[in-house]
Design a protein around this ligand. Structure first.
Ligand code: FPP
Ligand code: MG
Length: 299
């Protein structure tokens, strides 16, 4: 049995005595690509503690996505209807709470230092979500603000995952924490570009979903910086709503012609390079591969 299957089993085992049938299934089927587990397994030895850490992080990630889909009113997640779409927002919130509570219970068994690192990341995660909601519908040209939200929402948990894995492995914690953080920044920027570039079948959620949801991600920030004031007004009038075919085309043409997409991809590559620089002194081919896979996916 592969380590990822073991981790799915651990997660399912944690919900075996749960009163609700659907909670028992939340571990394995909803665990997605398990990117964070792959990262941890690339750093730490494949033992019980490492797998427990993976399961904890996956549960936190799954819990946050359940809540995020309720907040975003998303109908799709990982190519399937989201839980809020099939079972309603109330159930999705309760399931998120359950996963989250169980994750924290199990986290305490990993020791104080790891518990502190992971729970600090969850504070960032929550702050990132709050910022995302606060700024919804607003176009802005503040790249630093965007990068802070990306750190909070995504990079903080990847940083915590690789930091905790380094503790379990007895490796350079600062180098690996920095690797995870920069990988997370690259990952989220790529995600935001793919939201524009890929169609909904590949993405498992609706294309241009971020913009229609009112999220001003990096390509839109770069586009906003390049438009004249009349065009800025057009862009502002489009964010946060459904677009007709002409409006969607206007947006896609401008994103492409302005170089905003290329600029965002270059930024993701920059973070990928920072990640690699952080582990220059560590011989680990898998970690280098993860950066390449992360950045080169579908473009
Ligand atoms: C996805 O962002 C959202 C996150 C990565 C973080 C969500 C965090 C919370 C809801 C707060 C923490 C809550 C718990 C229970 C730990 P996105 O909407 O940009 O990505 P998407 O397009 O994949 O939905
Ligand atoms: Mg969302």
């Amino acid at each position: 049995m592969s380590a990822l299957e073991d981790i799915r089993d651990i997660m399912q085992g944690w919900f075996e005595d749960c009163a609700c049938e659907s909670a028992k299934q939340l571990g394995a089927p909803h665990s997605g690509k398990m990117l964070r587990s792959k990262l941890i397994l690339a750093i730490a030895p494949e033992n019980e503690q490492t797998k427990r850490l993976c399961a904890v992080i996956e549960l936190i990630q799954n819990a946050s996505l359940l809540h995020d889909d309720v907040i975003d009113e998303a109908s799709m997640r990982r190519g399937q209807p989201s839980l809020n779409a099939t079972a309603g927002a109330r159930n999705a919130i309760m399931m998120g709470d359950l996963l989250y509570a169980k994750a924290f219970y199990e986290l305490t068994r990993l020791g104080d230092e790891i518990a502190r690192i992971v729970s600090e990341a969850v504070v960032h995660l929550s702050n990132g979500e709050v910022a995302d909601v606060c700024y919804a519908g607003k176009l802005y040209d503040n790249e630093l603000h965007y990068l802070q939200v990306v750190y909070d929402k995504t990079a903080s948990l990847l940083r915590a995952s690789s930091h905790a894995a380094a503790i379990l492995a007895g490796l350079d914690t600062q180098a690996l924490a920095s690797y995870g953080e920069n990988l997370g920044m690259a990952f989220q920027i790529v995600d935001d570009v793919l939201d524009i570039m890929q169609d909904s079948t590949k993405l498992g959620k609706n294309a241009l979903h971020d913009f229609k949801e009112g999220k001003c991600t990096l390509p839109y920030i770069y586009l906003f910086q390049k438009l004249d004031s009349a065009q800025k007004q057009v862009l502002q009038s489009l964010i946060g709503r459904d677009l007709d075919a002409g409006e969607q085309q206007w947006l896609l043409d401008n994103l492409r012609d302005s170089g905003a997409i290329e600029q965002a991809i270059a930024k993701a590559r920059e973070y990928g390079d920072f990640a690699l620089q952080s582990i220059q002194h560590i011989q680990n081919a898998k970690l280098k591969e993860i950066v390449a896979q992360m950045i080169e996916r579908e473009f």
